[in-house]
Ligand binder design. Structure first.
Ligand SMILES: [Fe+2]
Length: 400
């Protein structure tokens, strides 16, 4: 999965947004506006995160030479139109609202530091916020708040600001709150304003309070929101296993042996995966890998005159990437399927349950198709089979 960050200022760091993306191994691009990097035109990432800054959407080029609010709004609109995930933070949230036709507004109160925020009834009904509870502590540093479009929904509010989190679309959110705050970010913010906040108010905390606060809990909440959104986005955007099957049958071009084999490996893999209780993501990867595992067989027959395992693994890794490139799967998923296809004849270094089950399913299918000896089956079962369900199925199939 790819995440595109727009970072306005050097000190307004992405914090937990970036840490979350890095923990997942996502492909991250950061456009640094303060270094006059131009706003990308393409929408090749799955998620756009527009961060905050000291400016507001009305800030002119004369006031801040590197903020191009118009280009940022164009980019936000392109991502929204493409159905991708968009998260705006503080100024970024206000820009999301502006991009969708809702002018930003002044917050009734200035808030600096953690404040207690509440989920609205709509917020409680939004499954992405299931971990937030009714009340949560939210990081703040703002005077303004995002505008509301006709169909936007307020997810969270506080006593000082009625628009802490706004949903503009299924995957489009504006966070006025800084749930990404870390000690490093608030320290950099305090330094940027010369060491003292020079303002007071009911919802303004002291520098000492800001620096002493432990932000890890709000970071965890943000992370849970991002995970939930990504999971739903993936579920909606990936092709189904049946669609991969249909595509692979077409790819096999009438070769009944190849088609029958892939269907049998898939059926065994699906059953073992289900019986072993795999999570939905791993089961999906396993089934896609099972369907496509022998994708290189036709090519190998033509190129090498045989379907030797090593050639298949090498050629298959590349072929399956191309095969899946228009399937809506994220890079992380394609990488894993390509890895499995590229290792399905390698019985050492098995690094996951999906890999293990693919090996077992492929062996059961091969042994039945090619009439492997009883000794061969017993040897393989003892040496290479690890799952209880795979062993049970193999025992029954081979009458052991
Ligand atoms: Fe196979």
């Amino acid at each position: 999965m790819k995440v595109q960050f727009i970072q306005q200022d050097s000190w307004v760091l992405p914090g937990e947004y970036l840490a979350w993306a890095e923990r997942h191994g996502y492909d991250v691009t950061v456009t640094k506006c303060w270094q006059y990097e131009s706003i990308p035109k393409n929408t090749e990432a799955d998620m756009l995160v527009v961060l905050g800054g000291y400016q507001c959407p009305a800030t002119t080029k004369e006031e801040c030479g590197y903020l191009d609010a118009e280009q940022e709004q164009n980019l936000i609109r392109r991502y929204v139109e493409a159905g991708r995930m968009v998260v705006g933070v503080c100024l970024g949230a206000q820009l999301v609202g502006e991009a969708l036709g809702a002018p930003y507004a002044h917050s009734p109160e200035r808030e600096i530091g953690p404040v207690e925020a509440r989920l609205t009834a709509d917020g409680k009904a939004d499954p992405f916020f299931a971990a937030f509870g009714d009340r949560f502590l939210a990081g703040e540093w703002h005077n303004d708040m995002p505008g509301l479009t006709e169909d936007s929904i307020i997810i969270a509010e506080s006593d000082g600001c009625p628009r802490q989190i706004v949903r503009y679309g299924k995957y489009v959110y504006g966070f006025q709150t800084h749930m990404e705050f870390t000690h490093e970010i608030v320290a950099a913010g305090i330094e940027d304003v010369g060491g003292r906040l020079n303002c007071a108010g009911q919802f303004v905390q002291t520098e000492e309070q800001l620096l002493a606060f432990d932000y890890s809990e709000m970071n965890a909440l943000l992370s849970s929101f991002l995970d939930a959104m990504v999971e739903e986005y993936r579920r909606e955007h990936c092709v189904t296993v049946s669609q991969v099957m249909e595509k692979m049958i077409a790819f096999s071009d009438g070769d009944i042996h190849d088609i029958d084999h892939l269907i049998r490996v898939w059926a065994y893999a699906k059953a073992i995966g289900d019986l072993e209780g795999l999570d939905a993501d791993t089961q999906y990867i396993l089934e896609v890998a099972a369907i496509t595992h022998d994708i290189a067989c036709p090519l190998c027959r033509e190129k090498y005159g045989n379907t030797n395992g090593k050639h298949q693994e090498e050629e298959g890794t590349l072929l399956v990437r191309t095969f899946l490139s228009d399937c809506g799967m994220c890079a992380e998923q394609i990488d894993r399927v390509a890895y499995l296809v590229g290792h399905h004849h390698t019985f050492s270094g098995i690094d996951g349950i999906d890999y293990q089950i693919l090996i077992e399913a492929d062996y059961i299918a091969n042994a039945t198709e090619n009439g492997y000896s009883r000794e061969n089956v017993i040897y393989f079962m003892n040496k290479n089979m690890k799952t209880a369900s795979g062993k049970r199925i193999a025992k029954t199939v081979f009458c052991l």
